[in-house]
Write a protein that binds this ligand. Structure first.
Ligand code: ADP
Length: 269
């Protein structure tokens, strides 16, 4: 979106103030263009697996009709393509859900220590399958944020799945939760959820665009690891809804660190 910032002097009870107002000036033409880009991207993402599946069907019906081993190989390839479409639709629905109820503020008190340890447990088999050791580090004191539990789980899942996917086998991925001391939290300092890897890293030129839908540094690699290109767009949306921010630090060949900084819930339990 584009905003016009209007800054005007103001006098209140004899004292000078400045008033700032924001006006959304995103034109309907821009919105139409954004929507049509999105539809073009989605169509392209779906077309690739559909084309492959149709090709495999043709091979199974033709040259591979009497070759059982070849038929089985093509069937597993078809299953893989169908899974890709399934993930894409799943991610599109998630993105849509976080956008649609953007105006409804999530208001549950969410205990992050338990959320992080449960989610890490769920991710453990995936990490093991890829030869990654997943370490978690939690603060001694329980820490809370105000928000939407399912969406916060999704933030952690998407970030940790990326860290696992973009690290070579044998590496370590660290998930750390740090909570500010109570007095510090009262001054608006946030809870940090850090996902850190020693994987391939990201060239700094790409970092500002990583949270755009379908933006990938290396499309081939992303497809290979089963990415949809929507994971970080979803993460960014959810964090923004929670009035937090996402920090990305990365060095090519050294590794990456994604930090979700969320306002701490300091209300009494
Ligand atoms: P994808 O489904 O392709 O992983 P994401 O939106 O989750 O899409 O991420 C966008 C891109 O950011 C990825 O394609 C990848 O190039 C890059 N990326 C994300 N996380 C990492 C990471 N931990 N290490 C290296 N590259 C990453």
């Amino acid at each position: 979106s584009h905003f016009k910032v209007i800054c005007s002097p103001l006098e209140v009870e004899g004292r000078a103030h400045v008033s700032l107002s924001f006006e959304d000036v995103t034109s309907s033409r821009e919105i139409r263009a954004m929507r049509s880009d999105f539809v073009a991207n989605v169509s392209h993402e779906l077309k690739t697996p559909i084309t492959s599946i149709l090709g495999f069907v043709e091979t199974i019906q033709g040259p591979a009709a009497n070759d059982e081993a070849a038929r089985n190989r093509f069937l597993s390839l078809m299953a893989r393509e169908a899974e890709r479409m399934n993930r894409l639709v799943h991610d599109l629905l998630s993105l849509n859900r976080v956008e649609v109820d953007e105006k409804v503020r999530p208001m549950d008190r969410v205990a992050l220590n338990a959320l992080v340890s449960h989610t890490a447990e769920v991710l453990q088999p995936l990490a093991e399958a890829r030869g990654i050791s997943l370490k978690i580090e939690l603060p001694d004191a329980p820490c809370h944020v105000t928000g939407h539990e399912r969406q916060l789980v999704q933030v952690l899942r998407n970030l940790a799945e990326n860290a696992i996917a973009y690290s070579p086998s044998g590496n370590e991925v660290r998930v750390r939760l740090t909570a500010p001391a109570y007095e510090v939290a009262l001054h608006g300092n946030g809870v940090r959820l850090i996902i850190e890897d020693d994987g391939q890293g990201i060239d700094p030129v790409h970092i500002p665009r990583l949270t755009e839908r379908f933006y990938r540094v290396d499309s081939h690699r992303s497809r290979e690891v089963g990415g949809t290109g929507l994971g970080l767009a979803i993460v960014k949306h959810i964090i923004t809804r929670h009035r937090g921010r996402l920090e990305i630090k990365s060095k090519l060949g050294i590794g990456s660190r994604f930090t979700a900084i969320l306002p701490a819930d300091t209300s009494a339990p």
